[in-house]
Ligand binder design. Structure first.
Ligand SMILES: [Zn+2]
Length: 242
C-alpha cells in the first residue's frame, strides 16, 4: 500500500445521529461497525434509507426484493443497536437530487433532532478509478443540504405547517467511505457486530456473489485502516462541520 497519512480520531462528544443512505446495505460495509461502538456508548442512532433497494437483485421481481431487503435492513440495524429504520420509498436506481428529496430528509432531521448526520460518499469516485453510483451521489448531496435546510424556518415552510419546528443542532457530518479519508473510529471491540449486521443481508449477498465472505471483507478493510489509525481495526470517515 502507498504511504498514506495518519488518521485523526473522529469526534465522539455527541449524543444522537441520523444515518442517511440510498440503499439497504450501504451502511453495512464498514460504517455499522462504528455505529455498534457508538450505540454501546449509549448514543442514539437512527437510520433513514431513501430507497428499498428493489432494483438490486436481477433474478427477483422488484416488489419481492423490496420486501426482503427492508426486512434485512431492519435486522442489520438491530445487530448494531439501532431500533428505528425509516424508508422514504424513492425508486431504486433513479433517485434524483432535488427539492423534494431535500425536504423529505429535512423533515426527518427535524423530527429526530440529531447532533450528527452520518452520510455516504457523494463524490464521483470511491478514490482511484472506481465510479460511484448515481443514487449515492444524489442522496449524499441532498443529505448535506437538508442538514442546513432543517435549521432554517423559511426554507420548506410546509414543514412548519406539518408541525416540524426548525432544528439547527446538526454540528457535524461524518462521510462514510470518502475518496480521501481524514478521520477514523476504532472498531476493534465492535467489528464483530458490524460483521453480524452485514451477514443479515443474506439474500442480497447470495445473489451478488457466491464467494463473498462478510467477515473476511470487513476485517481486511478495517485492518488496513487500523494501521493508519494506530489500532487493530478501524473504519475511516471524512468530517464536515456546519
Ligand atoms: Zn448503495
Amino acid at each position: 500500500m502507498a504511504e498514506e497519512s495518519k488518521l485523526l480520531k473522529l469526534p465522539e462528544k455527541w449524543h444522537r445521529a441520523l444515518a442517511v443512505a440510498a440503499h439497504p446495505d450501504d451502511l453495512e460495509y464498514g460504517t455499522a461497525s462504528a455505529i455498534a461502538r457508538w450505540t454501546s456508548q449509549g448514543k442514539e442512532v437512527f437510520y433513514l434509507i431513501v430507497t428499498k433497494g428493489e432494483a438490486g437483485i436481477d433474478s427477483i421481481k422488484p416488489e419481492e426484493t423490496a420486501r426482503l431487503r427492508v426486512q434485512e435492513e431492519i435486522s442489520s440495524a438491530r445487530a448494531v443497536g439501532v431500533d428505528t429504520v425509516e424508508f422514504l420509498d424513492y425508486k431504486d436506481g433513479v433517485v434524483e437530487y432535488g427539492l423534494p428529496l431535500r425536504r423529505d430528509i429535512a423533515r426527518v432531521i427535524r423530527r429526530h433532532r440529531p447532533d450528527v448526520i452520518i452520510n455516504g460518499n457523494y463524490e464521483m469516485t470511491w478514490g482511484g478509478g472506481s465510479f460511484n453510483m448515481a443514487d449515492h451521489r444524489s442522496v449524499g448531496i441532498a443529505a448535506l443540504d437538508a442538514a442546513r435546510d432543517a435549521g432554517n424556518r423559511w426554507i420548506f415552510p410546509e414543514l412548519l405547517e406539518e408541525g416540524y419546528e426548525p432544528w439547527d443542532g446538526v454540528k457535524m457530518i461524518f462521510i462514510s467511505h470518502p475518496p480521501k479519508s481524514t478521520h477514523a473510529v476504532d472498531v476493534t471491540d465492535s467489528i464483530e457486530r458490524g460483521v453480524a449486521s452485514l451477514r443479515e443481508h443474506k439474500v442480497y449477498i447470495d445473489n451478488l456473489s457466491q464467494n463473498f465472505d462478510p467477515e473476511e471483507y470487513l476485517r481486511w478493510g478495517a485492518a488496513e485502516t487500523g494501521e493508519r489509525a494506530g489500532c487493530e481495526y478501524a473504519v475511516a470517515f471524512g468530517l464536515l462541520e456546519l
